[in-house]
Design a binder for this molecule. Sequence first.
Ligand code: TYM
Length: 344
Amino acid sequence: MTTQAITSAPTILTGLRVNSEFTLGNFLGALLPMVRLANTYNSKSQINIFVPDLHSIISDIDGELQQNLIRSLKYYLAAGLEVNPNVHFYRQSHVPAHSELCWILNCIASMGDLNRMTQYKDKSEGKESVNVGIFDYPVLMAADILLYDAVYVPVGEDQFQHIELTRRLAEKFNRKFGEIFTLPATPKAQAEFMHVDEGIRIRDLQNPEKKMSKSTAAENSKIMLSDDPTAVKKKIMSATTDSVGKIQYDMFNQPGISNLLQIEALVNDMPLQDVISTWAGETHYGDLKQKVAESVATMLETFQAKYREIDDSTVLGFFEEGEKYANEVANTKLHQVQKAFYLR
Ligand code: TYM
């Protein structure tokens, strides 16, 4: 990473796909950390929030995509994002430099590297035919980040491997063509910047060995942002725990209890260690569940009430404004890259 970018307020950037509604995992792993960082740094840093709609089309989509785009931006606002001139919203497909840089990076990325990506392995496992978009997904993600010299990229732990890949691609490029790209911070530094000990991975409530995912069919396994808060309480009360009988943070032996402690910390914006200390020595899992259920339900009530106040036209205006900024910044970087490749 160039010292320049670090000393002069680094850009903070993230994107969440909008194929369906967001889970509590998306919210606590990426959206809420982004909102908190944006509100802290928006007087100095550029805050880029974009919708990776080209990433969405790796799986089946329908006409709801347009409505989902609008809804996702409303989510940031409902979560408390403060809008100011340093905060930019844009749709990836409305900034063609993303696809163009993706193609150029494809020409330096290696098949071996992409083959090792866990997300690709998970999404292709057992399938007879897999589209190339699923394979190339991390390269487009690298383009999303490198076009804006973004240093901090709030994402959940499952995306850290893609951040590492982005760093490797940028290093390879810079070695050959000079210091054109700023490297995003290492996953460890990303976690520190988000004030978490390690990457965030919210677990499936029924099967806490797995991450909470939109694609899990069982409704009790996941919390969606539009869920009725009373129903959410029931889901948390029925979360799978263990037979150890002690409330302690041990993701390996007690993933269900550890997940609840993690959720409690993130929802209340408290250090995980403080929540762990509060519950140390306690043995009644029901008490912890009740507390977490209250915390999540209260947060969702406030969030859903704010969401209902935001209208579509406000959001569309933000996108149009942000896309002017994004095209300007992205094209400047793209032209530097094209020159390096003798395309200009
Ligand atoms: P997507 O839509 O698959 O996930 C959106 C974000 O939610 C996080 N996440 C979780 N975090 C914690 N616990 C969970 N159970 C959980 N489930 C999902 C993901 O880590 C992610 O941060 N590839 C990105 C989208 C993207 C992007 C980018 C992000 C495309 N280009 C450039 C940053 C920068 C993704 O995973 O989206």
